[in-house]
Each structure stands twice: as C-alpha cells, then as structure tokens.
Ligand binder design. Structure first.
Ligand code: 8YV
Length: 323
C-alpha cells in the first residue's frame, strides 16, 4: 500500500521533516514561501493530509472549491482561527492542533513583553544601538516596577495559568482573571488567583492585563475602545493571543493619547502588516509573533502533528482532534 502523502505549507524543523520523510510521502516546502490560495487548493486536492500554520487562510471559499482528496488538516500550532472548522467538517476533513507543548515558551514571552514594556527595554536598546546613550543618569528611561503589582488575565487556560505561575511565584504579583467557564479551585488556590465576574473588572483593577483567549469571530475586538477606556492610565496591555482580539486602531489611539501606559504586542490584525502608527510609538514593544519560537517548542509542535498523523492513518482517533 502506498504511503499517505503529507504536504507541509512551510518549512518545519529539520528533525521533524526527517521523521515525516521516513514515515510518509512528504511534500515539503523547500523555500518556505507562504502558499497562495491556488497552492493550498492544489495541496488539498492531491495530498492525504495538509499541515498548515497560522499563515494559511483555510477558509470556506477554499474548502468549498477544493474537492479535497485530503482527509486531515494537521495544524502546526495550538490556535486554529485561520481554519474555518465548519467548512472543513463539510468537506469531510478532520482537524487537529498542537496543545500543551507551547505553553511554557508562550508564557515566557508574555512575561518578557511585560518586563520589556514596563522597563523600557526596547527604547533602551534602541538608544544603545543608535549610539545615543551619553551615560548613566538618575532620571534616564525610568520605567514601572513589575514586582508586586497586579496582573489581570483575560482567559485562564493553559498559557494564562503558566503566566500566572511565573508572575505570582517569580514576581510576587497578585493575580486576577476572567474566564467564561469555572476554573477548578485547586488551580486558583495554587496561584492565589482571584476570579472576576467580567472583563471590565479585570481591566479596572490590573496594572498589567494579558490576553489569553482564542482568536476567531467570538473574540473579534473583544478589547475595544470602551474596554480600553476601563484601564487606568498607568496600566499596560500584553497580547500574545491573536491580533484581532484587540481593536488595533483603538489601541493605537489609547497609546498615542497616553490613556494607557503602554503595550507589549506579539500578534497583530492582518499579520505581517504592522501599522506605521504603532511603529512610531515609544510606549509599545513590538515582536514578530515569536510566542512559540524556540528550537525545543517548534520541534515539539511538529512531533505533536506527527503523533496526530500517525494515529489518523493507523485508523485511531487523533489525540488532538478539534473537529
Ligand atoms: C505558532 C501560535 O507559532 O500556536 C499558535 O497558536 O500562535 C504560535 O505560537 C503559530 O500560530 C503556528 O501556527
């Protein structure tokens, strides 16, 4: 029997591509170019499984026209808001993701953004690189203390809890959260975390707000102008979730008017475009979607996709099926 054909839309860590090459008829993307819609349609029509990432729009228009041979979408990433899950179901596709393996690195990055923006790390680094540092001064680049402050989490899933652990145990922060469903008491007790009954309550009480909800229609512009206005002027917003969870223009307006103190962003609406207005602001730290970008985690993500492929093509239930 011929081996299933697997198409990867991007380059994956070499160790993972090697495993896939041993087990499957692998079609890799040697030059790592983002696929066009036509290339995605061709892959769906010719592969047994397509393995997309956040850079691929697997939408209804694509899925409805593709007449897929593929039976599995093995997403490389935990977030799958770039996949129209209903349309995938209609097209007879099973969808899997990669939960768990990127929790720590994404939480590390959220903490890094919090520290960077509060302690003005970006501005300081630019000063050194621009040869603009004239030497130490008592009032130079003063930032905001992080230790002992209040962290507010919007969403309290795996990554938010890992951020809370770092903040609470590492920085002595008080942790508040809003989550749409109940969280086990043992989890909140270990982190001394306090539930709020609305997003507004988190925004009003926190010195740092970090977003940890999924992307997609249900959370589009969850943080809009009205909600940003609930944040005190000394507070910071951290986003490692998805760009369109925040109304980006409303955030730019709030940052420019100093209605909030700053923001640390790893994700944007319409990536990879980052609005020029954001780049001109000194009270925002801008990273290029690096949340899971470590050798260890990207390899683990790839191997998690492999585990899903292996289960699916052996006729078992894939461990990370989301649709
Ligand atoms: C991934 C992420 O690198 O997994 C996710 O949802 O946001 C990132 O950490 C990227 O999305 C890969 O698809």
């Amino acid at each position: 029997m011929s081996r299933p054909r697997i198409v990867l839309t991007r380059r994956w860590p070499a160790a993972v591509e090697d495993v896939l090459r041993e087990r499957y008829d692998l079609v890799a993307n040697a030059d790592d170019h983002p696929f066009s819609a036509d290339e995605l349609a061709h892959a769906l029509a010719t592969a047994d499984a397509l393995c997309p990432t956040v850079t691929d729009a697997i939408d209804a228009a694509l899925l409805d026209r593709a007449a897929p041979r593929a039976r599995l979408l093995g997403n490389f990433g935990v977030g799958f808001n770039h996949i129209d899950v209903e349309a995938a179901r209609r097209a007879g596709l099973v969808v899997t993701n990669t939960p768990g393996v990127l929790t720590d690195c994404t939480a590390d990055l959220a903490v890094m953004l919090m520290l960077m923006v509060a302690r003005r790390a970006g501005a300081g680094e630019r000063m050194v690189r621009d040869d603009a540092w004239a030497g130490w001064a008592p009032t130079q680049l003063l930032g905001t203390r992080v230790s002992g402050k209040t962290l507010g989490l919007v969403g309290f899933g795996r990554i938010a809890r890992a951020v809370a652990a770092r903040a609470h145990h590492g920085f002595g922060m008080r942790v508040l959260y809003y989550n749409p469903s109940a969280v086990p008491a043992a989890v909140t007790a270990a982190l001394n975390a306090v539930a709020c009954d609305s997003i507004e309550a988190v925004l009003e009480a926190a010195d740092f707000v970090s977003l940890h909800c999924p992307g997609g229609a249900a959370t589009h512009h969850l943080i809009d102008a009205a909600r940003l206005a609930r944040m005190p002027a000394h507070a910071y917003l951290i986003n490692t979730a998805r760009g369109d969870v925040v109304d980006q223009q409303a955030l730019i307006d709030a940052l420019a008017a100093r209605r909030i103190a700053g923001a640390g962003l790893d994700v944007y609406a319409g990536e990879p475009v980052v609005p020029a207005a954001l780049k001109t602001l000194d009270n925002v730290v801008l990273l290029p979607h690096l949340g899971s970008a470590t050798h260890e985690t990207r390899t683990a993500m790839g191997l998690r996709v492999v585990a899903n492929l292996d289960a699916f093509f052996a006729g078992r239930e894939p461990p990370d099926r989301v649709a």
